[in-house]
Design a protein around this ligand. Structure first.
Ligand code: C5P
Length: 311
């Protein structure tokens, strides 16, 4: 056995995210929207295990239903592994097993976390040892939210959301997530926003020329103050997501009537994230939502980005 084959299996983990602020600007030349977002990585992780193989394959386990997620070359984890192999001229393949905890098409960056964790796992398994900057460049080729899942913590994203600068954040925020039993397609939600803007619907803000994260959000994150952050949460994709799935309005109302400081659609939805004052309030809301037949989880943020787990 050669040196690079000394590891039999590598386990890596990458977090899902909540956009505590998401401002969407105009469509850029590449077809993506110009955004300004504040990301917070939360304690819901994708666990990726990687074994040496001659070709590339992926399978899913874990509590989240991954029916409908492709396992062919279009799968984002397979794309990540193939991209790293191409970049480093690695000639073998990998067998990937993904333990899914982040909802599929849920607006929390689950697929992005799969890609980030896969890059970290394969880099260790194959001994390719890419630098942080090279890894970030590969992340950005794979998807707008992949660089953030790789870095974790709290960060501001601009451009497609992939140009990151770290943001100062203090303490831990407590969230309750209401997980829907359906998904929303990100391009569909962006298109809905564009369609609303074209029709000039009054409850949707016009596209800002150069989107910016509200300074109040940065202040609240720096202060570690959930009350301040609750007042500043905002997501331009919330109105189009609620328009596509009006039932989500009832979920938001239920949380806000039962102790949440505020609720927000996470990314392009349909997951709803409720910001709580503390862990006790989070436990109470989780119980209330569960009693109303909602799938509710408690998470905290910020947490670290993609990394190897030593089992
Ligand atoms: O980058 P990612 O593959 O995650 O994006 C999925 C889709 O979301 C894109 O194809 C695009 O339709 C939309 N999107 C966008 N503007 C962004 C990010 C994503 O329009 N900044």
């Amino acid at each position: 056995m050669t040196e690079t084959h000394s590891l039999d299996v590598v386990h890596a983990r990458a977090p899902g995210k909540i956009n505590v602020s998401l401002k969407v600007g105009a469509v850029m030349e590449d077809g993506y929207h110009d955004v300004a977002t504040a990301y917070q990585a939360v304690s819901l992780y994708e666990d990726v295990r990687a074994w040496h193989a001659d070709d590339f394959s992926v399978s899913f386990t874990g509590p989240i239903d991954s029916k409908g997620v492709p396992v062919d070359a279009t799968n984002l984890a397979i794309k990540a592994a193939r991209l790293l192999a191409r970049k480093t001229k690695y000639r073998g393949g990998v067998r990937l097993e993904i333990e899914k905890h982040v909802p599929v098409a849920g607006g929390m960056g689950g697929g992005s976390a799969d890609a980030a964790a896969t890059l970290v796992a394969c880099d260790a398994l194959w001994g390719t040892n890419l630098s942080r900057d090279d890894m970030l460049a590969l992340c950005a080729q794979l998807g707008s939210d992949v660089p953030f899942s790789y870095l974790g913590g709290t960060a501001i994203g601009t451009g497609r959301g992939d140009r990151l600068s770290p943001a100062l954040a203090k303490g831990h925020f407590h969230w309750v997530l209401a997980i829907a039993d359906f998904g929303l397609s990100t391009p569909t939600v962006y298109s809905e926003l564009d369609a609303h803007r074209e029709r000039n619907v009054h409850d949707i803000a016009p596209s800002p020329v150069s989107p910016q994260v509200d300074p109040l959000v940065l202040h609240a994150l720096r202060a570690g103050d959930p009350h301040m952050l609750a007042d500043a949460l905002s997501n331009d994709l919330q109105a189009p997501a609620l328009h596509l799935e009006p039932s989500l309005k009832l979920v938001l109302e239920l949380g806000e009537k039962n102790g949440a400081l505020a609720g927000i659609v996470s990314g392009s939805g349909p997951t709803i994230a409720f910001l709580m004052a503390d862990n006790e309030a989070a436990i109470d809301l989780q119980v209330t939502l569960s009693a109303a037949q909602h799938h509710a989880l408690r998470v905290t943020g910020p947490v670290h980005g993609a990394r190897i787990v030593n089992d």
